[in-house]
Ligand binder design. Structure first.
Ligand SMILES: NC(=O)c1ccc[n+]([C@@H]2O[C@H](COP(=O)([O-])OP(=O)(O)OC[C@H]3O[C@@H](n4cnc5c(N)ncnc54)[C@H](OP(=O)(O)O)[C@@H]3O)[C@@H](O)[C@H]2O)c1
Length: 241
């Protein structure tokens, strides 16, 4: 029977690369996105033209109602998941002095609260032997001067992965995380050229990670059934230069 994967933020960047990788392995894809329907539909057509089966669901992870939306979608379609990838994440680049409680809360809701309460709702719709992969970040390990909320929430994501292991073991579900350094997605491409050069200079490999390279790490965590509670850091040698 066809395996199913749900990827939040699966229509661009890291999520898109993971979707392509798993789609080519024969997975049925359920991809969520926030607002860019045009890009989502285009990607969906590309996938279908290559014989990959896919559903797209518009579900903003900063909104409570998206939990109902996703859970209802799975129930109505009678879908049980084999893999769940919590990938969509938010940041807020306002200065420490200017950040409001609401902005701080939005980042926490999207990066931490949303996955916890979506998982609580749909855990019974994940098959035994299934697995979950969270997208963390190197910024959850290294102190981060750009967004306090982002760094703190990504640390929480890493802690969540480790803490969830025992809660998910009765369901026979594994849970792991990937902590990417700098992956060349729209998120990074939007940065000014001089900032991008500064980043490249800090990396031993001297370049950003390609989304396809990071997708291979998700594949490994899904396929190797001995990974559980692990965070794989993929930073191109950031820590060693
Ligand atoms: N790129 C990096 O260097 C890097 C490094 C470390 C960690 N990460 C993490 O990797 C994850 C993906 O980042 P990326 O670089 O691949 O981003 P990206 O290229 O900007 O792709 C973002 C994807 O997530 C969706 N998305 C954005 N905001 C959302 C929301 N509020 N609700 C639901 N979906 C939303 C987008 O949908 P729309 O197109 O509709 O907006 C799109 O499908 C994030 O958790 C990020 O923190 C990235």
């Amino acid at each position: 029977m066809e395996k199913c994967v749900l990827i939040t933020g699966g229509t661009k960047g890291i999520g898109k690369a993971v979707a392509l990788c798993l789609g080519n392995l024969g997975y049925h894809l359920i991809l969520t996105y926030a607002s860019d329907t045009e890009a989502a539909v285009l990607f969906c057509c590309e996938l279908r033209n290559s014989g990959i089966t896919v559903d797209i669901v518009q579900a903003d992870v900063s909104k409570n109602e998206s939990i109902d939306l996703i859970s209802q979608f799975l129930s109505n379609a009678g879908i049980h998941l084999d893999v769940l990838i919590f990938n969509a994440g938010l940041t807020c680049r306002k200065s420490f002095e200017e950040q409001t409680f609401e902005e701080w809360n939005r980042v926490f809701y999207a990066n931490v609260h949303f996955p916890v309460f979506l998982l609580q709702r749909i855990v019974s719709q994940i098959n035994e032997g299934g697995c979950i992969v969270f997208t963390g970040s190197l910024m959850g390990i290294e102190p981060h001067s750009v967004s306090l909320a982002y760094g703190v929430t990504k640390s929480a994501v890493h802690a969540l992965v480790k803490n969830l292991v025992k809660f998910l073991s009765p369901y026979h579900i594994r849970v792991n995380g990937v902590a990417p350094g700098f992956v060349d997605t729209e998120w990074q491409k939007a940065k000014p050229v001089e900032i991008r050069h500064n980043i490249e200079n800090k990396l031993s490999l001297g370049r950003f990670c390609e989304p396809q390279e990071i997708a291979q790490v998700y594949k490994m965590l899904i396929e190797n059934s001995y990974f559980n509670g692990d965070i794989i850091v993929v930073d191109g040698g950031y820590s060693y230069k």
